[in-house]
Design a protein around this ligand. Structure first.
Ligand SMILES: Nc1ncnc2c1ncn2[C@@H]1O[C@H](COP(=O)(O)OP(=O)(O)OP(=O)(O)O)[C@@H](O)[C@H]1O
Ligand SMILES: [Mg+2]
Length: 311
């Protein structure tokens, strides 16, 4: 995208995507969209099917059934694809090439002039490493070079597989502001992560996948609203506390002798403790953390109540 100028990013759509490898179903009937002007987080644990889906979007995986489109067009039919979508997937770089030479070999494919190579290196903060061999790059530097590669054709959409992986805290902050600025100018960003906490401040929309199936898709704020109330309880009577917690299904031990009861209010737990004659030293309503909700969404077989699995 032109730096400074606004663009109309394409809508990214995955429709009923299923991919089987022999007996392994990597993804099963996966559907979701990533909208222009927004950052969409594609979240799920290891082996969930994130990379398979992103590779299918870029025409690198042939679907068993279903289809994927970028701006309503399947990737292989996009004219000048480098100007429409840039992807950072598991990159393989020739270790003996310098960063600049890596980009130079790709520039003709992307249909850009050589000067663009130094531009994108500057955009990802690699200008001082331009003449260094990629074989000596750290993981974070490789991630930046992967992003530089994605940016070569000045695309209006970015598909990034685990872009925060290997980045230090400063790198994560930088990546966050980069994709936010990209989306704020109208671009479409779809990025994957296995950690919600890592992208919580970056994404507008979330798509949660586990075991090859979509578990949840909504704006992040709507996902937050699914967080169940949680009460932290303390008591000097460990046995009595365990008996109290056993009355609710979703309870777990805290690290410090406390017990967290999911789906309960302080009033209900306090009343039950009072009736049982249990001495309490703490009773605090906390609300489930987003990270725990994410875990619950990826662990449960059925979507949670109020969760709209993308059709
Ligand atoms: N080429 C392949 N051949 C066989 N099985 C595959 C292939 N690619 C992926 N799979 C399987 O499909 C499932 C999904 O894999 P995928 O790489 O898409 O997950 P992921 O969400 O990207 O995981 P991670 O967070 O570990 O990168 C896994 O069970 C994986 O073993
Ligand atoms: Mg992956």
């Amino acid at each position: 995208m032109n730096e400074g100028g606004n663009v109309d990013g394409p809508r990214i759509a995955v429709e009923g995507l299923t991919k089987r490898y022999g007996g392994v179903t990597a993804v099963q009937d996966v559907s979701f969209t990533a909208e222009p002007g927004r950052v969409t987080g594609f979240l799920g644990p290891n082996g969930a099917g994130k990379t398979t889906t992103l590779r299918a979007l870029m025409g690198l995986v042939k679907p068993t059934s279903g289809r994927t489109t970028i701006g309503d067009v399947p990737f292989p039919r996009i004219p000048s694809p480098a100007t429409v979508v840039g992807a950072q997937l598991e990159a393989s770089f020739h270790p003996g090439r310098t960063a600049r030479d890596h980009l130079r070999t790709l520039a003709p494919l992307a249909g850009v002039r050589e000067a663009r190579c130094d531009e994108v290196l500057r955009m990802v903060g690699l200008e001082t490493a331009a003449s260094r061999r990629v074989g000596g790059f750290s993981l974070g530097m490789r991630q930046r070079l992967g992003l530089a590669t994605a940016l070569l054709g000045d695309p209006q959409a970015l598909v990034l597989d685990e872009p925060a992986n290997g980045l230090d805290p400063a790198g994560i902050t930088w990546m966050r502001s980069f994709v936010r600025a990209f989306a704020e100018r109208g671009g479409t960003v779809l990025l994957s992560s296995h950690l919600l906490g890592e992208v919580e401040q970056t994404v507008d929309d979330v798509v949660v996948i586990a075991a090859g199936r979509i578990r949840h898709a909504s704006p992040l704020a709507e996902m937050r609203a699914l967080a169940a109330p949680e009460v932290e309880v303390r008591s000097p009577d460990a046995q009595g506390l365990a008996a109290l917690a056993a009355r609710w299904e979703g309870s777990r031990a805290g690290s410090d002798g406390s017990v967290h009861i999911l789906g309960a209010t302080a009033a209900a737990v306090g009343a039950a403790a009072h009736a049982a004659g249990l001495e309490l030293h703490g009773l605090t309503e906390r609300g489930e953390s987003l990270e725990r909700l994410f875990l619950r969404l990826t662990e449960e077989r059925a979507p949670l109540e109020g969760t709209e699995a993308a059709a």
